[in-house]
Design a protein. Structure first.
Length: 268
């Protein structure tokens, strides 16, 4: 079972959790940090080599994030153009294209291997989808997508994998291809999510920023940080809230706190 609540306040740590996080102040060396940044693409490519298309479940978001795709239409069968930034192997993309026949999707990923998996998927059709490899922090999206042409951009569990110093570059890049008045839908890890509390000592790269054993990295967002990030690039905030879920495993009597940020920012 699980319960879920939404709101503007961050999760409150237990005294034990707070003590454990307070003790963990040693950062990964600068040399290793530079190496991780340099090898970020390689590490994600290896992740997809190991897991192929089996790691993430297909995400059927239609009742949550993607009700937005219905809401932003002026009439029922209006064709929409979307960009899935950081599409992975298509776990979000293909359920969406199946559920909504009036969508054309651009999709890109950092990992060349992930992009190949998307192209090999039986549901992939160039009439409904254009997928390409892209480092969102430095490759200009305008090389693949016309300016001001996209109705909705999805950023789902993508920004957390990027160094906090470079996140603004992603938002700047996306801004150019988004139509005025249209929005970015965001969902990612929130501060004090269970995944953040599980990192062992020696995994910390900076404030709320950690490295996994496979070399991939994860940032845990506060609503304030995310809001400042988007507003600094000219977006307006529509919704920005924490989603707190407690997943209960009754057999093992375990309660696991999950925290995500779910947000919507608009280009004026």
């Amino acid at each position: 079972g699980a319960f879920q609540k939404k709101g503007h306040s961050a999760r409150i740590l237990s005294p034990e959790e707070a003590e454990r996080l307070a003790k963990d102040q040693v950062l990964v060396s600068e040399f290793k940090q530079l190496k991780l940044e340099k090898e970020a693409q390689k590490n994600w490519d290896l992740f997809y080599k190991r897991n192929s298309t089996n790691f993430f479940k297909d995400r059927h978001w239609t009742t949550r994030e993607f009700q937005e795709l219905k809401a932003c239409r002026e009439f029922a069968d209006q064709k929409l153009t979307i960009l899935e930034a950081g599409c992975g192997v298509g776990n979000c993309l293909f359920p969406l294209l199946e559920d909504d026949l009036n969508i054309f999707a651009y999709a890109c990923d950092f990992s060349p291997r992930a992009v190949e998996y998307v192209k090999k998927n039986a549901l992939y059709s160039t009439e409904r989808c254009k997928v390409f490899q892209c480092d969102l922090t430095k490759d200009d999206l305008l090389e693949n997508i016309p300016a001001d042409s996209v109705d909705v951009v999805t950023l789902i569990f993508v920004l957390s994998a990027i160094h906090p110093d470079k996140m603004h570059l992603v938002l700047k890049n996306i801004y150019k291809i988004l139509k005025p008045g249209k929005c970015v839908l965001f969902r990612d890890y929130g501060l004090y999510d269970h995944a953040m509390l599980r990192f062992k000592s020696g995994s910390k790269l900076g404030e709320n920023f950690y490295v996994r054993q496979d070399g991939t990295r994860s940032y845990f967002f506060t609503a304030e940080f995310l809001s400042q990030l988007f507003k600094a690039e000219g977006y307006e905030q529509v919704v920005n809230e924490y989603v707190q879920r407690e997943t209960v495993n009754r057999k093992e009597d375990l309660r696991v706190p999950r925290v995500f940020l779910q947000s919507k920012f608009q280009k004026p």
